[in-house]
Design a protein around this ligand. Structure first.
Ligand code: ACO
Length: 359
């Protein structure tokens, strides 16, 4: 069966920056705690919707693949923060991007969404059901940030990343995937207030609950094991891995995963410092930045690995194609804003309080 290979890539990182110092001004936290516990220094906060960021990232990915929007026949959008429940955010992106010949759907596997989407794209290309897939990870996690909860508010940011997948040549493409879920642990990372259980319960507007230590413990185990299994299923050994691009949730989780895989730091891509945890967007943003920094050579063996709410986890082992430079470029970007990240965060907090009837 034909494998899928990555032929295009792109990202959208919103212009408004929220620093640790900004957070110090509005909650009981400090740069030293956030940096040593998570590796995060700043994150981006969007003044737009998830589908706007996804559209910009998608436009860049299509341009780097040397394609036009009409060439895409399947659009998968991995997100747990869609603009609305119906229609899918993918449908909104289709209209904004002009991907008129594509079937469109959202995938929600929280932070593992990009790897799950990659698995679906690979399967559709393998069976011939699709030939040119646009896979986007996009999140507006600032919607979930509550400055009254310092244990989660410092962790997340907004952004989007995208890849185009096409049938692979000989040797390159997705070599192996390893996915898993433990629904028994659904309660340790959950957002209430946006679903059938919660209709009408405005007081619970998007409450994020996370048992950080339990998530941490599971993440380290599942990421290391899934990545190791994917490499083995690809018929390779861990020494063959050229670069690990992990979900950017926490540098300590990334370091522990790399140690389990016996990978030296120079083989591990980390950009959490500037973006925080962008959930399903983090791996395609990181891949794009690794390519832009010329860290991926033709034919490189890459491992993606992620975990997230569900609990879900997933890893992919792939061999990149011969082309690591763009075929085309796009000048797509979000509209400018005069708001800072802190302005936007405080606006969202006011809205949250207003809905709860506290303002
Ligand atoms: N600033 C200062 N102090 C804080 C903050 C903060 N922002 N948050 C918590 N603390 C305090 C706590 O109150 C506690 O104080 P105490 O000892 O006086 O009670 C102390 O710091 C330690 O708190 P812990 O929760 O034990 O801190 P820990 O070392 O576990 O780090 C963290 C917390 C960073 C959340 C870590 O557990 C973690 O990274 N977990 C994984 C989270 C994650 O990656 N989630 C991603 C999935 S998201 C998704 O799928 C959408």
């Amino acid at each position: 069966m034909r494998r899928a290979t990555i032929t295009g890539w792109g990202k959208c990182t919103p212009p408004a920056v929220l620093t640790n110092e900004d957070l110090e001004a509005v909650m009981d936290t400090n740069d030293e705690w956030i940096t040593t516990r998570t590796g995060i220094k700043e994150r981006r906060i969007t003044h737009t919707e998830t589908s706007d960021m996804a559209t910009v990232a998608g436009r860049h990915a299509i341009a780097t693949a040397g394609l036009e929007p009409e060439d895409i026949d399947l659009l998968i959008l991995a997100t747990c923060t869609p603009d609305r429940i119906i229609p899918s955010a993918a449908s909104l992106v289709q209209a904004k991007l002009g991907v008129t010949n594509a079937a469109c759907l959202d995938v929600n596997a929280a932070c593992s969404g990009f790897v799950y989407g990659l698995s679906l794209a690979n399967g559709m290309i393998a069976t011939g059901a699709a030939r040119r897939v646009l896979l986007i990870g996009a999140e507006k996690l600032s919607t979930l940030l509550d400055i009254e909860d310092r244990s989660t508010a410092v962790l997340f940011g907004d952004g989007a990343g995208a890849v185009v997948l096409e049938p692979a040549g000989d040797g390159d493409g997705v070599l192996a995937l390893n996915l898993g879920t433990d629904g028994g642990l659904a309660g340790i990372l959950t957002v209430t207030g946006f679903g059938t259980e919660e209709i009408g319960n405005v007081a619970e507007q998007f409450s994020l609950y996370m048992d950080g230590q339990e998530v941490f413990r599971n993440a380290v185990t599942q990421m290391g094991e899934a990545a190791t299994r994917a490499v083995a299923e690809a018929g390779l050994s861990l020494e063959d891995v050229d670069i690990l691009i992990p979900h950017q949730a926490n540098t300590r989780i990334i370091d522990a995963t790399a140690r389990r895989m016996k990978l030296p730091p120079e083989k591990v891509f980390v950009n959490i410092t500037g973006y925080g945890n962008t959930s399903a967007a983090s791996i395609p943003i990181a891949l794009t930045e690794a390519l832009e920094s010329e860290l991926i050579r033709p034919g490189a063996v890459i491992v993606f690995v992620a975990f997230g709410g569900g609990l879900t986890w997933g890893a992919a082992c792939l061999r990149f194609g011969d082309r690591v430079t763009p075929l085309g470029t796009s000048d797509a970007r979000l509209p400018a804003t005069s708001f800072t990240g802190l302005d936007l965060l405080l606006q969202r907090q006011d809205e949250r309080r207003r809905r709860r009837g506290l303002a």
